[in-house]
Design a protein around this ligand. Sequence first.
Ligand SMILES: NC(=O)c1ccc[n+]([C@@H]2O[C@H](COP(=O)([O-])OP(=O)(O)OC[C@H]3O[C@@H](n4cnc5c(N)ncnc54)[C@H](O)[C@@H]3O)[C@@H](O)[C@H]2O)c1
Length: 327
Amino acid sequence: MSGLSDISYDNRTVLVTGGSGFLGSWMCETLLHKGAEVICLDNYASGRPENTEHLKNHPKFTRIVHDISKPYDPGRAVDLVCHLASRASPLEFEHYPIQILKSNTLGTMNALGIARKYEARFFFTSTSEIYGEAAIFPTPETYRGNVNTLGIRGCYDEAKRAGEAFCMAYFRQHGLDVRIARIFNTYGPRMRSDGHYGRVVPRFFDQAMHNEPITIFGDGTQTRSFCYVTDQITGLLRLAGLPGLKGEVVNIGNPVEYTILDLAKMIIDLTGSSSQLSYHPMPPDDPTRRVPDITKAREKLGWEPKVDIRDGLMMMKESNSGSVHRS
Ligand SMILES: NC(=O)c1ccc[n+]([C@@H]2O[C@H](COP(=O)([O-])OP(=O)(O)OC[C@H]3O[C@@H](n4cnc5c(N)ncnc54)[C@H](O)[C@@H]3O)[C@@H](O)[C@H]2O)c1
């Protein structure tokens, strides 16, 4: 299956927090294609209005500027609340730890409150980061994590863990239909490459396209698995849209593992760059391996990713998102 042809969002009203971010903008766009009415809420902390500019005049699309760590009431019925609002780049963890904690704790609580008030379904974007330095690979949803509350990544890992606990509390205490996606590294057009917003794929593209040294942390043998954005959004909207998944948590990611060196070499090849590799100390608590077990996604959602990394990187290159955001 893996597509969205068997799921209708026709005449459903969906609130997407973080809707003008990378994943949020793709989610808003896909929901509109599937017939939903979409309210996109964002405070532009890390997202940009340009990401949803092309949707601005759609009759079923509304943009609200608001910080979800403060209470919000859409003032109209909603059928689904998708809570994506959170800075997500590891380089932001150092600069904005309080905002990150607030978006995933107070923000999750406020977003759950909206779902409860309007008897809506609730969908939370958690992360593979909640597994920390995992001990089981590929990592299944049953693995409980090995994280450092005091480290620099603690603001994100622990906030997401608290967000998951908030979801399960509303599920148990109020019977709310909550679903939690643990997202593994996702890449694609509209990711920022600039400054501390730049995650590894757009940063490598940006450096390669400018023939600058590619920044490798450690010796580059640490692994990640990279999911192309359209695959990711399909997985997320299957989890949010299918019946019978109340209280479920599902890994959504690509199970093919690459080293960071593999990624750098693929991007250098693809761009015909003369960039050299430049080695830097490994940031504290950076996980050495990251690969999802997606058995549950295959079984419960009938989903698995389709896009090969070389095709995905090529689509990203053609969208020019590796370098357009350099200021
Ligand atoms: N992209 C990935 O690989 C990945 C991996 C794991 C988890 N996630 C999760 O998916 C979600 C979306 O991530 P993304 O990659 O699109 O990041 P992003 O930074 O592009 O998008 C996040 C959006 O949330 C908005 N935001 C942040 N704090 C807010 C607040 N308090 N109130 C309202 N809006 C706020 C930002 O302005 C931005 O538009 C995040 O919750 C992130 O933790 C993403």
